[in-house]
Design a protein around this ligand. Sequence first.
Ligand code: MTE
Length: 362
Amino acid sequence: MPLSDKHDETKTYDDTLNAGPPISQLAREYITPTELFFVRNHASIPHVDLERYRLRVTGLVSRELSLSLDQIKNDFERQTLTATLQCAGNRRKEMVSHKPIDDQLAWGIEAIGTAQWAGVRLGDVLKAAGISSDQAAHIAFLGLDGITHDGERSPYGSSIPIEKALSCEVLLAYEMNGEDLPLAHGCPLRTVVPGYIGARSVKWLSDIAVQESPSDNYFQQVGYKLFPPSIDMYNVNYADGMQLTKLPVNSVIVRPEDRSLLPAGKIAVEGYAMSDGEHEITWISVSADGGETWQRAEFLNEPQLWTWQLWRTEFDLPQGQHELVVRAWDTAANSQPETIASTWNFKGYVNNAWHRVRITLK
Ligand code: MTE
């Protein structure tokens, strides 16, 4: 899914825009340039009238709020945070080659990016509204885009538990990489929920509701639910599914690309790793013989909470076929399952099996 040109913000998009960077450009820098940051939209980008834009805060609050963008920028303390966003469907393509998955985007390894976000703390806005009940347990979000399911149009939405919503890392962001949030990434305001699947970082944010239960939006109750490999679209009961929140530990070889033909000799292997953000990646092992023997990769950035870990290592390899494999651990000793068979699920979410790349050296 190449992101061909820089996104043109003066243009409106009738079709759903989904795109990621070419793999040759992926994870080359710790901060992803905005034009290389993947875009995942479930519907067309909405028209937002910035003059009339208001963020509503309702539900179990002492004071309902209706805030203009200027009020958000002026009345609350500005916060910045570097955080990685990763779509729950990242690496779905590998799952599809294990067993078919219907009606989902076949993302490779590119549905991930790291940005410097600026905005205000969601917790500060919730404090201004005043949580009015002990029953308040979930914070629900709605976007301005409309999605049609079974003939009915409703906004994109999701929710997060209140403990996460009040934590200092969750932002209502109006800037990305030092510029106003681009239209494709949710202008004028989006949630940034570091460590959680990207689906909870709602773009074109219009509504926040404090409530007892999780959002009843399609993307909380049907989409972005995890099921074991034994469940498929014919025997699924969506009420049983697990609502996805934190991302599992993952690591990916970005270069060399799968099926590369390269000269024998010194081969540099590099990629990214990511955890739930609460724990830093602490160890990355790479194999050049399908997982028989391993060597430790070096880190290319200081380990940070909420962001990916870029890494690199080198092998001296003879002519022939080689299978490169990577696996990572975080500081809580979380790691990755060996096979896709154990991560496969019929929606193709959160694939974190050992990542394998086959190369031929001549
Ligand atoms: N918010 C709205 N309103 N509509 C959407 O379709 N897609 C979600 C999330 N927020 C979405 C949304 C998904 S699935 C992901 S992975 C991230 O946005 C992607 O954010 P990005 O496009 O800025 O990379």
